[in-house]
Design a binder for this molecule. Structure first.
Ligand SMILES: Cc1cc2nc3c(=O)[nH]c(=O)nc-3n(C[C@H](O)[C@H](O)[C@H](O)COP(=O)(O)O)c2cc1C
Length: 381
């Protein structure tokens, strides 16, 4: 079959064949059994999209190694995504030196420590030594940005915060800058601060998410950020979603959950399977994982947290609690307490497939819809 053409100005900007980016997804709390974030980036970029490395869980040095590994494995464009929190001084230490998580937990309020202790006791969970690395990119965003510019990554993505302050330096290094927003006000601010690309990430999305649905957010951000190209994110899992995004005026799509349920993505097999099994009401938004609103597949950890009646601690302190417990749930193989970060689009995902196949299926279906195959019930003249 002849290869399909699906191009937008995003393809020209990034030097890619199809306007589909795999979203930056941190090697979250849940570990890796099969695949790895680098495998996914390479697979997506090789297939003609743009793979984006979620670097929020790596140390600055690890991130540099991963960037170099990607370069060894593909000569195609790719991106790197970090989180830029407002306040990180309580953890950041470029000197490295791992610290046991239990040391950090001591500084948390007594009721929160009691929740961790009691949950472990009640469920008979094993003690698992989790080590915190103070030189994670999330704790040292300035250092991480420096490395991305030194390495001249083709696309720098900021998963949290406005990266406007580093756009000039990025452009001098030949690096394009992408920002992610969950509302129109920030889209306007980010566009004014000079970013090259904007992702409008709707409420449906997996991981940290806002309150506005993709269907409203994407066109509203397009209007607010004009002429900056906008990519739609949240709820896109097949060619119908891609076609809808392009029809709304988006220049491309930023796809997370669908690329997580692939052979190459890093993640627990149980989490990938949870995505395949999930129906449309099986994901929920809560602050118990990180302190910020985050969409995950419903699990018994949600229940345990709500039953405690506690308020979540601010980002990223709450992540210490979740990390400690989830490490223990995983060790005990109590996977009903570990749903996994994922979006509503899980309902459309029926199979774990190679990432290149996911991408090409999206391209084929979107191209069919946009050229001739509108559903039969639609008449247009
Ligand atoms: C497991 C997981 C981890 C994520 N981690 C990050 C991250 O580290 N940085 C970031 O910018 N976005 C992160 N996100 C959000 C994605 O970048 C993306 O916006 C979202 O997945 C899009 O919605 P979808 O899941 O419906 O495709 C994560 C999403 C998931 C599912």
């Amino acid at each position: 079959m002849r290869k399909r053409v699906l191009r937008t100005k995003l393809c020209e900007m990034l030097g890619i064949e199809y306007p589909i980016l795999s979203a930056g997804m941190g090697p979250n709390l849940l570990g890796e059994e099969t695949g790895s974030p680098v495998d996914l980036v390479v697979a997506v970029s090789e297939a003609g999209g743009c793979g984006v490395l979620g670097a929020s869980g790596y140390t600055v040095d690890e991130m540099r190694e991963k960037i170099r590994e990607i370069r060894q494995r593909t000569d195609k464009p790719f991106g790197v995504d970090i989180l830029i929190p407002k306040k990180v001084t309580q953890f950041g230490d470029p000197g490295g030196g791992e610290m046991p998580l239990s040391e950090f937990l001591k500084a948390l309020p007594r009721e929160h420590r009691d929740f961790v202790r009691k949950t472990k006791e009640d469920l008979g969970l094993p003690e698992v030594e989790v080590m915190i690395k103070p030189d994670l990119t999330t704790f040292l965003p300035d250092k991480a940005i420096e490395v991305c510019l030194e390495e001249k990554v083709p696309l720098f993505c900021s998963g949290l915060g406005n990266p406007g302050f580093m756009v000039e330096a990025a452009h001098e290094a030949g690096v394009k800058v992408l920002a992610i927003t969950g509302n129109t006000k920030n889209a306007r601010r980010m566009a004014e601060s000079g970013v090259d690309l904007l992702v409008a990430q709707g409420h449906e999305a997996g991981g940290h998410t806002g309150r506005i649905g993709t269907m409203v957010l994407a066109p509203s951000c397009i209007d607010a950020a004009f002429p900056i190209p906008v990519l739609a994110a949240g709820g896109i899992g097949d060619g119908r979603g891609v076609a809808a995004a392009l029809a709304m005026g988006c220049s491309g799509v930023w796809v997370g959950t669908r690329f997580l349920a692939t052979k190459e993505a890093g993640g627990l097999d149980s989490v990938k399977q949870n995505i395949v099994n999930a129906a449309d009401e099986d994901t929920v938004v809560g602050t118990m994982f990180s302190g910020k609103t985050l969409r995950a597949i419903y699990s018994r950890y949600h229940d345990a947290w709500y039953e405690s009646g506690l308020e979540s601690l601010p980002f990223p302190l709450q992540a210490l609690i979740a990390s400690d417990l989830i490490a223990a749930f995983n060790e005990a193989k109590m996977y009903d307490y570990v749903g996994g970060f994922a979006g509503q689009v899980s309902a459309l995902i029926k199979e774990i497939k190679p990432a290149g196949e996911v991408l090409m299926d999206m391209v084929d279906e979107a191209a069919d819809i946009l050229t001739r195959k509108l559903p039969e019930s639609v008449t247009v003249e």
